[in-house]
Design a protein around this ligand. Sequence first.
Ligand code: MLY
Length: 265
Amino acid sequence: TQGSFDWDNYLVESGSIAAPQSCFKQSFTPPLNEFKLNMKIEAVDPRNLTSICVASVVGMIGPRLRLRLDGSDNKNDFWRLVDSSDLHLIGYCELFGGLLQPPLGFRMNPSSWPAFLQKTLNGAEVAPAECFKKEPPTPKCNEFKVGMKLEAVDRKNPQLICPATVGAVNGDQIHVTFDGWRGAFDYWCRYDSRDLFPCDWCLKSGHQLQPPGQKGNPQLKSSKGKEVPLSISLPTSNTSGNSGSKASPSLGGGAGKSLHSNSTS
Ligand code: MLY
């Protein structure tokens, strides 16, 4: 499921190093996913971090779960690792004296919440305790250095994990830049974010890894910070035969036929 992307070659070709395992809040061996589709759990509402809600597993890729809060719409799905501390057994909230909350954006009248909650849990398949894996420890400090390579969740397309480079470091924060893509997908996050993985995490976990984009490697940016056009788009018709434009030996996998028509969709 890794596709043809090979970190070993890529690191050599780009003259870069992989961020070491010790940088990451990820277990050395990716956790086993024992959840099944439609199982119910309790989860921290990503839009309202003080409330815990009922969630259903609506998808999975490797050790990652696609979750939907019951009573919410299908536009606010989110992804969590099976060893995320945001996930709990059904009954967890009650055990600790809390109350399960309607999700932010509960579709129905708030007064219908107690009845909705009862109905949604009635006869539901509840994820058993074995499914929930222990959260890995947090590295003591930010060990990332500018230029280190990693795999990172594309937060605008959070089902995707992509080759990335540390673009900057500032205290506990790192700037994640996506190889072969312009800045639109970049983000700052804490060094211990669960959206960051060591190189080959996808390979080890059975998750797909996206190939780098085709916008040229960040290292080929000119000193003024402008990207150097790496290749001229090839004509879409082949009447002119080989246009003679050379696809440069690509760091970004980029002997691309043309520039992507849309880098932000
Ligand atoms: N809708 C976009 C997806 C871009 C994904 C970019 N990530 C991988 C950094 C497209 O199809 O171009």
